[in-house]
Each structure stands twice: as C-alpha cells, then as structure tokens.
Write a protein that binds this ligand. Sequence first.
Ligand SMILES: NCc1[nH]cc(CCC(=O)O)c1CC(=O)O
Length: 317
Amino acid sequence: MSTESTQASLQLTIATRESRLALWQAEHVKALLEAQGHSVTLLGMTTQGDQILDRSLSKVGGKGLFVKELEVALEEGRADIAVHSLKDVPMDLPAGFELACVMEREDPRDAFVSPNYESLEAIPQGGVVGTSSLRRTVLLRAARPDLRIEPLRGNLDTRLRKLDEGQYDGIVLAAAGLKRLELEQRIRHVMEPQQMLPAAGQGALGIEIRSGRPELVAALQPLVHMPTWLRVSAERAVSRAMGGSCSMPLAAYATLQGDVLQIDAAWGDDQTEGAVSLVRATARATVTTLEQATALGEQVARELIAQGARPAQPASH
Ligand SMILES: NCc1[nH]cc(CCC(=O)O)c1CC(=O)O
C-alpha cells in the first residue's frame, strides 16, 4: 500500500494576533502544515484584547476579545484558520464556527518567576505577587494569605519587564508561554498542580475554523492530539457548566492514564477579604470519547456547586 497522502495540498491563511507568543504559535502550526505539503501564509492582526492592556479584561468583556477579530477574518474569507491558546477561547464559539483541532499540550502548569526568591514559599511575610488572573489570585490567597496580590497585565515580555523593574517580589505565569518563547531560564519554580491548579486548556493550542469546511478538518487531522483533546474537553466542560466565562476564580485540570481520565477542579470566593477557602472536587472514569470527557467535567462542576461554588450569571450579550 502506498504511504503517499491522498489528500489535496491546500493554500491556507492563518489569522493570528501579533504578540510574540501568538506569532510563535501561528508559525508552529504553519511549519506543521507545510510538513504535510500545504502552503501557508500568516495574516497578523491586532485584537481589541491587545489594545486594552490597562484595565482588567474581566471588566471589559472577557477573553473573547482576543478571538473576535480573528473570527471576523474567517467569516470574511480573509483567513482559513485561527490558532488560539485554548485557555483564551470562550467555552461556546459563535454559531458557524468550530474547534477543528486540539494539539498536543505543552507543560500545563504555572511557573513562579522572581529575581530574588526561589519559590512562592521563600517570599517574606507581606510580600507582593503580581497577577491579574482571578484563578491565580484565589489560589495564591489560599496558599499565602499574608501576601499582597497586585494587578499585572500585558503580554509576557511586558509582565517580565514590570517584574524586573522591581514592582513585585514574584509573578506567576504559564510555563507553556515561557518555554515557547525560550524564556524557560526565567522560571524559578514550576508550581505543582496540587498547589496551583491550572486553568482549563492551559498549555494547549486549539485551531478554529468556519463550520462546513471538511477539507480543512481533514488537513488538520494530522495535528490532532486526542489525549490532549480528551483532557481539555473535561476541563472546558467544568468552565462551561460554571457559567461559560473564562474570567472566574476557577481552575480545572485533567490527567489521563491509559483510558482513565481524572479531573480536578477548584473554585475560590474572590468576593471575600482575607484567606480564601477553596472548594475542590474531583472525578475519574474510563473515557474514550469527547462526550464522555465532557460529561465527567460536568459532573465535577455539579459537585463544586453542591459544595458552595457560585456559577457566573448568564452573560447578557
Ligand atoms: N492569559 C494569557 C495567556 N494565554 C495563554 C498563555 C500561555 C500559554 C498557554 O496557556 O497555552 C497566557 C499567558 C499566561 O497565562 O501566563
């Protein structure tokens, strides 16, 4: 039997944000598709999310702001695919769009970065840690109620610069982004999931297309990593069942051993002062389909809610 691909080679345009991380991710997908025999060009664009770097994203409309312009480019046929950090992709895509591919996950964990301290534990009483993520804030407040958590926004390079300017004793960033940009040497300590449970989808890339393009789905098939897709389906199901917003004090992290999927989730109340008590839930089951993975995530969300986690109000837009 011939090993030659029977698939047509396509001319593809990737819509991408222009941050260094987004461009790395788009170039990565470009190289993989070129290795499959396709020709690929990038279409860079600035999204609303990139322009609003001074206010908390959760206050101005959420992470969907990073994907909207890319979807417009897909809609208008200026691009064929959009590459996203799955963590930034809303739980429900607009009608007419679909997630056609989830790729193999990079390190899903958070990393502690600091010029002066080797770990979160080493920061002195009352120190300052930078993050604008509600998830990281509640997990940090649960681990170290004495610390001051200060906002930290901007792309990876901006955040590292603010750390180096001395505004913080340490900051917490996704290990995946640092590794992709060859900034791994900045990591002082990779935080284990027991302490800093990752966000749904962290470290995984997803590829979005307009629905109804089977030739694209086929072209993306070789890039699909099913174990990652099963894990992130469970994680994203927790977020969806908690109200669909990506900006809530929620962590969801799944692991796969053979066919056994385990999903751990945590929710913390960001409305209270002082130490945060976390609500945690976990479930495991043998899983072979995305639907089963989704069902396991929903089960964990119900468990969180039964223990007092508050789902977000349905969005009004
Ligand atoms: N919130 C922004 C964002 N979206 C994806 C990543 C990192 C890469 C990834 O998770 O795939 C980051 C940076 C961070 O959280 O430190």
